[in-house]
Design a protein around this ligand. Structure first.
Ligand code: GTP
Ligand code: MG
Length: 226
């Protein structure tokens, strides 16, 4: 008898999250900030990639980041090296960020002063998939060292994302990563999904991704807001 009640509580939590996410999305649209979230398994390279992204975008754009982890401020300290405004969200025992946490973390920030806001989720390929954070674009990262089959094993997270980013590409040969198999795995779960293949360490593939972000921002601002 306990399962239906659990299911109901979970449904209510998700419903409440959706309400806050919708309000966040309206706030983001009204202020013109483009919001990008990052999800992946622990250690795929989200913080490394984000630090590089913040550093490379800054000459041209106003950027900031929120970063979620169960414990420690380690990632915020690393991201702050980019000189962008950064805030850590520690979730305690929760394996994902929720819209309410994002809303609280943004308290006191003037979103009108930003072009891009990045949100690094807690490293996890399951929990974050059901939680909308009001973002415009969700990136799912997978590193070459994790193998080609992650999209097949964790289809829900790939389905909740808009773009796939294959990271640590300079290690591909060393771990015998088969690009074609990985591409097919992504394609079978999410046909037509846009994929970037890059290395945050060497910088290869970063220009195409940054150009894509710039274009997304331009497209967003061209659409008149309600
Ligand atoms: N060789 C190589 N190593 C990388 C690359 N990107 C990240 N790493 C390494 O991978 C490890 C994990 O990177 P992080 O950026 O901390 O990964 P993360 O996804 O933020 O990890 P969590 O926040 O714990 O989920 C670190 O040792 C990084 O130096 C890359 O492009 N190439
Ligand atoms: Mg991290």
């Amino acid at each position: 008898m306990s399962e239906p009640r659990l299911v109901e509580v979970r449904r209510n939590v998700l419903k409440q999250n959706d309400v806050i996410a919708r309000s966040l999305r309206e706030q983001f649209r009204a202020s013109g900030v483009f919001v990008v979230s990052l999800v992946s398994s622990p250690g795929s390279g989200k913080t490394t990639f984000l630090e590089k992204t913040l550093t490379l975008l800054q000459p041209q754009f106003r950027v900031a980041a929120l970063v979620g982890d169960l414990a420690t401020e380690n990632d915020a300290i690393r991201l702050a090296r980019s000189k962008a405004p950064v805030k850590q969200i520690t979730t305690g025992t929760l394996c994902h960020l929720e819209a309410a946490m994002v809303q609280k973390a943004l308290d006191g920030w003037d979103l009108n002063q930003l072009d891009f806001l990045f949100i690094e989720n807690v490293g996890n390929l399951v929990c974050p998939s059901s939680y909308d954070l009001g973002e415009d674009l969700r990136l799912v990262l997978m590193s070459v060292t994790e193998g080609e089959d992650k999209p097949l094993k964790y289809p829900t997270i790939f389905n909740s994302a808009d773009v796939a980013v294959v990271t640590k590409n300079e290690l591909a040969a060393a771990v015998e990563f088969d690009w074609e198999t990985a591409r097919k795995s992504i394609e079978s779960v999410r046909p037509g999904m846009r994929i970037f293949r890059l290395s945050a360490k060497t910088g290869e593939g970063m220009p195409a991704y940054l150009e894509f972000l710039g274009q997304e921002l331009k497209d967003r601002r061209r659409v008149p807001q309600a």
